[in-house]
Design a protein around this ligand. Structure first.
Ligand code: HEC
Ligand SMILES: [Cu+2]
Length: 404
């Protein structure tokens, strides 16, 4: 995971490090630019480097040659320095000019290439804020996934990070498709910096800036996506999913947690990307449907069952408004209790269960999703009061008896 920073991206691009200019690439870069625009930047960098080396060697060589050839010799008077030589001056103006014009054109072209997206690219909005990034996908969804990255170098790039580190959002992006970011800031100026993409663009509070990229497909050595239990994720067809991560940093000093303003662009196959953003799309869904979506997509399903069977955690069937025996006494599982159980699971531990429910943040489960979860639990509980009066009377709509 996060292999882009730890092991270097080993992708092979048709346009990769080839040609005289690419010699020494590894002195400067730990990996190849992860898309054609980035490779172009690397290439220009290496070309400028070797042009500079060539000129340096040439100038030093003629300097030493002249120093020796025209050194002061005893008995010879010092000659007058010629004040002007038009052919010579034309040569030493025009030849360097050709190099400079080449560098300018290449740089300008590469810069414009990074700004102007192909017409058929996927349009997304990248929003910067103190101190986080969010991406809004073409269908209006945004990614609820994130990961922890430890501050110690051992865990940096590790799967779990160390406690206390900030959750870093993960933005799934399809491979081999142009993706176009429209970038805006909610507060101050930030700077979108993805070293693997060789890109750094300012993000302003009052003006859109744009950037686009077309990421290469994860190569054969790329890691496989795993779920929170370490099991490899497969598509409906049973195919495992390879991915590559690229870090986003903020390169504008924007406040005290500026250095922790990270994000991850995760390149996955197109079909997996489409499934993901559909999964996260809560627009046009009822609260119950949103709750069910959260149950499936945030990993609640790994521990909680819906059918009353006792799993690693209490079932959600008939949970809402039931009486829950906990280490803080018996409580009614109402909206506030459910909310507390999700944001601060350790506050009250249900009898007979370990305290190993993960903490969820308001960024992972926002208010709409929380309402969705509560509505969903309501819909599968016989204690909820929201059915019509008749059915309620028929069913035993009394609170459950206390633990016997
Ligand atoms: C790793 C397993 C695990 C996962 C994943 C998990 N939970 Fe839990 N959850 C537990 C355990 C164990 C308990 C009981 C102990 C406690 O009260 O903390 C619990 C308790 C709860 C309770 C209180 C239940 C009761 O009977 O009083 C709620 C509500 C809850 N979880 C919601 C969620 C939601 C929502 C998610 C997903 C966003 C989730 N849980 C994911 C393990 C898990
Ligand atoms: Cu910033």
């Amino acid at each position: 995971m996060l292999n882009s920073l730890t092991s270097g991206w080993t992708g092979t691009l048709a346009d990769g490090a080839q040609g005289w200019w690419s010699y020494g690439w590894n002195w400067f870069f730990r990996n190849y630019g992860a898309n054609p625009n980035a490779v172009r930047t690397d290439r220009l960098y290496m070309e400028i480097f070797w042009i500079s080396v060539g000129w340096f060697v040439f100038l030093m060589a003629i300097m030493f040659y002249f120093v020796i050839k025209y050194r002061r010799r005893p008995g010879l008077p010092a000659p007058y320095s010629p004040s002007h030589n038009t052919p010579l001056e034309l040569v030493w103006t025009i030849i360097p000019c050709i190099f400079l014009v080449y560098i300018f054109l290449q740089g300008f072209h590469a810069y414009i290439d990074k700004l102007i997206a192909p017409g058929d690219s996927l349009k997304m909005t990248l929003t910067a804020m103190k101190w986080n990034w969010t991406v809004t996908y073409p269908n209006g969804a945004s990614s609820p996934e994130n990961t922890l990255i430890g501050s110690d170098s051992v865990n940096f790039g590790g799967q779990n990070g160390s406690p206390g580190s900030r959750p870093v959002p993960i933005f799934y992006m399809p491979a081999k498709v142009p993706v176009h970011f429209n970038m805006i800031s909610k507060d101050v100026m930030h700077s979108f910096w993805v070293p693997d993409f060789r890109v750094k663009f300012d993000v302003f509070p009052n003006r859109y800036t744009t950037y686009w990229f077309e990421a290469a497909e994860p190569d054969a050595n790329a890691p496989y996506l795993k779920d929170s239990n370490g099991k490899e994720i497969t598509t409906a067809q049973g195919k495992k999913i390879q991915y590559v991560d690229h870090f986003i940093f903020c390169a504008e000093y924007c406040g005290d947690q500026h250095s922790e303003m990270l994000g991850i662009i995760r390149i996955v196959p197109m079909d997996y990307y489409l499934a993901k953003i559909e999964e996260w799309n809560i627009e046009g869904k009822t609260p119950e449907e949103i709750g069910k979506l959260v149950y499936q997509s945030q990993g609640c399903a790994a521990c909680h069952t819906l059918d009353g069977s006792k799993g690693a955690a209490p079932t959600w069937k008939d949970l809402y408004m039931s009486q829950q025996p906990t280490n803080a006494g018996t409580v009614t599982a109402d909206d506030n209790y459910i909310r507390e159980s999700i944001y601060t699971p350790a506050a009250k531990i249900v009898d007979g269960y370990p305290s190993n429910m993960p903490v969820f943040t308001t960024a992972q489960i926002d208010e709409r999703r929380m309402q969705g979860l509560i509505a969903y639990m309501k819909s599968i509980s016989k204690y909820s009061q929201h059915g019509d009066a008749k059915t309620e009377m028929k069913s035993d709509a009394k609170p459950a008896p206390e633990k016997k």
